[in-house]
Design a protein around this ligand. Structure first.
Ligand code: JFZ
Length: 485
C-alpha cells in the first residue's frame, strides 16, 4: 500500500462541517480565506517546499554520551525520566556556548533546495528551547552569544532569496527555559504579570524578525496549543491585527491563535483562522472534500517523527524517494503544497540520507515538475487506482504509482465532464502514447473510457507521469449508442 494513502487513513483532523448554530465571536478570523493577492497566488502554485529544523538540538543528534532519547530529536531538552542524563536541562541550556557550525553554508543549502525543486523554505528561527538563531535584542539567549556569533537567519534568508526561493519563518511561542513562560494558563497575579511580559517579548521578537528580514513572505507559528497562549486570545487577536496592518501581504497559517472559546485553526463557527490550513502535519487529508476549498500545506518528516537532526537512522523506517513523491503528488492533487523537512547536523551539514533524497527528488522533478507546479485538483476526473491526477488548464497529468499489468491505463470520463483526452505523452522521454476511445458497451453506464497504451519497453522503478492533452467534447452525448429498450 502506498504511504501516501496510509497517511490519509485515519480521521486525525476534522473535515469541514457546517455548524448547527452560529455563535457570536469577537476574536475570530481577521482574514477571509481565498486571498487573491499575488503572494497568496504564489503560495498556491509552490507545489513543493523545504522545512529546515535547526538549532541547538542539532549538536546532539538525539543522543548524549551513549544515552538515546526516545522522543522527537528537536524535543531533546525536555528529556526526563530514568534514561535522561543527570542535570540534562542544564547541560542543554549551555550547549549554545560551543555552537559553531563550521560546515554551515547557507548558499549550499539553498542551491540544494533549488535543485530539489523547492519553491519555498520554512526555517526555524527559534524552537521550543527558546534559542534564537538571530541576534535578537530582546533576549541574550541567541546566536550572537554562541561561538559562531553570526546571524544565521540572515544568512538563510539572503541565500534562499538569491536562489529565487521564498522564505517563511518558523517561530515557536513556547519557550521552555524562559521564567516568564507559563506552560499553563496564568492564575496568580504574579504569573499574570510575568506572562504579560512574555507576550510583549514575543511581540517584539516577531516585529524584529519582520523588520530585519523584509524579504520574508510568511510566518509559521508553533507551540500555540499551550494553555497560556490559548488564554491570551485578546492579546493575540490584537497582535495579528497589528502584524497584518503593517504587512498586509504576509501569509500566516491557522496555527497562530484561537478564538475566545479556545477553538484553534477553525473558530467556533468553523471558519478558518488564517490564510491556510496549517493542521496537516505528518498526515494528509483523505480526499479533497475535507479541505472545503481552503488553501493548505502538508509538512512531513523523512524519519517517522523527528524534525531535528537524528544521528542514527538505523532501526527507523526511512521514507523512500518514491514514498515522498507519492505524498507530494497526493498533496498537490488536492490543491496543497508539500513541504519536506530537513534536519541538518550541528556542523551545518545535511544528513547523508537527506542528501540522497534531495538528489533523487530533484532528478525526478527535472523531468516531471510540470505535473507539480501551479496545478489544481482535477475536479472533472474521478480518483483512480493508478496514482494521482493533477491539472493545469487543458493539461491533465496522471502520476502513475500502480502500473497496470497489461500496460493499459483506462481514463474514466464522466458524462458531465466537458473535456476528453486528445493526445497523450510520457514526460519521461516525451514520446507520444497511443490513446483510443474504448467502447465498452455496458449500456447502463454513462461514463466514457479512453485507453492509453504504455510502452512495453518502459522500464522504471520510479513513478512516472503521463500528460494528457484535453479537448472539448465535440458531439453532445459521447455514448455511441443509446438503444431503446
Ligand atoms: C510541532 C513541534 O512541537 C515539533 O517539534 C515540530 O517543530 C513540528 C513541526 O511542530 O509539533 C507538532 C505540532 C502540531 C501537531 C503535531 C506536532 N499537530 O497538530 O498534530
Amino acid at each position: 500500500m502506498l504511504i501516501s494513502d496510509l497517511y490519509a487513513q485515519k480521521n486525525y483532523a476534522r473535515p469541514k462541517i457546517t455548524p448547527s448554530k452560529i455563535v457570536e465571536i469577537k476574536y475570530g478570523p481577521l482574514v477571509r480565506p481565498h486571498r487573491s493577492d499575488k503572494a497568496m497566488e504564489d503560495f498556491r502554485n509552490y507545489g513543493l517546499g523545504q522545512f529546515i529544523h535547526w538549532g541547538l538540538y542539532a549538536t546532539v543528534g538525539n543522543e548524549w554520551e551513549g544515552h538515546i532519547h526516545r522522543g522527537a530529536a528537536e524535543w531533546i531538552r525536555s528529556w526526563g525520566g530514568p534514561s535522561a542524563p543527570k542535570d540534562w536541562a542544564k547541560i542543554y541550556d549551555n550547549l549554545y556556548k560551543k555552537f559553531d557550525p563550521k560546515g554551515f553554508d547557507a548558499t549550499k543549502w539553498a542551491k540544494q533546495a533549488k535543485a530539489m525543486g523547492a519553491k519555498y523554505v520554512i526555517f526555524t528561527t527559534k524552537h521550543h528551547d527558546g534559542f534564537a538563531l538571530w541576534p535578537t535584542k530582546f533576549s541574550d539567549y541567541n546566536i550572537s552569544k554562541s561561538a559562531y556569533k553570526k546571524d544565521i537567519v540572515k544568512e538563510v534568508v539572503d541565500a534562499y532569496t538569491a536562489e529565487g526561493i521564498d522564505v517563511f519563518l518558523y517561530f515557536s511561542v513556547m519557550e521552555w527555559n524562559n521564567p516568564n513562560y507559563m506552560g499553563g494558563s496564568p492564575v496568580k497575579q504574579e504569573d499574570k504579570k510575568k506572562f504579560g511580559e512574555f507576550l510583549e517579548y514575543t511581540r517584539n521578537q516577531i516585529f524584529e524578525l519582520l523588520e530585519n528580514y523584509p524579504q520574508v513572505k510568511g510566518l509559521w507559528f508553533d507551540g500555540t496549543w499551550d494553555q497560556s497562549w490559548v488564554s491570551a486570545y485578546q492579546y493575540t487577536y490584537q497582535l495579528e491585527k497589528d502584524i497584518r496592518s503593517k504587512y498586509p501581504n504576509l501569509i500566516i497559517g491557522s496555527r497562530f491563535r484561537n478564538d475566545e472559546f479556545g477553538k484553534r485553526h477553525f473558530d467556533s463557527n468553523e471558519n478558518l483562522m488564517g490564510d491556510y490550513e496549517q493542521v496537516w502535519e505528518r498526515k494528509l487529508p483523505k480526499d479533497v472534500s475535507w479541505l472545503g476549498g481552503n488553501d493548505w500545506e502538508a509538512v512531513m518528516t523523512i524519519t517517522p517523527s523527528d524534525w531535528g537532526y537524528t544521528k542514527n537512522w538505523d532501526n527507523k523506517y526511512i521514507k523512500t524517494t518514491n514514498d515522498i513523491i507519492g505524498l507530494m503528488m497526493k498533496s498537490v492533487s488536492m490543491n496543497g503544497n508539500f513541504v519536506l523537512n530537513f534536519g541538518p547536523d550541528g556542523k551545518g551539514n545535511m544528513h547523508a540520507g537527506e542528501d540522497k533524497i534531495a538528489k533523487e527528488l530533484g532528478e525526478w522533478m527535472d523531468v516531471n515538475s510540470e505535473a507539480v507546479y501551479g496545478v489544481r485538483h482535477a475536479d472533472d476526473f474521478p480518483d483512480n487506482g493508478y496514482g494521482y491526477y493533477t491539472k493545469k488548464g487543458y493539461q491533465l497529468y496522471l502520476t502513475i504509482f500502480n502500473r497496470p499489468i497489461d500496460n493499459i491505463v483506462r481514463i474514466v470520463v464522466p458524462e458531465e465532464t466537458k473535456d476528453v483526452p486528445a493526445s497523450v505523452s510520457l514526460l519521461l522521454d516525451r514520446q507520444t502514447l497511443p490513446v483510443k476511445k474504448a467502447e465498452i458497451g455496458y449500456d447502463v453506464d454513462t461514463n466514457s473510457y479512453y485507453d492509453i497504451m504504455l510502452p512495453e519497453t518502459l522500464k522504471t522503478n520510479l513513478p512516472f507521469v503521463i500528460k494528457i492533452n484535453l479537448t472539448a467534447k465535440t458531439q453532445k452525448g459521447e455514448k455511441s449508442s443509446k438503444a431503446n429498450m
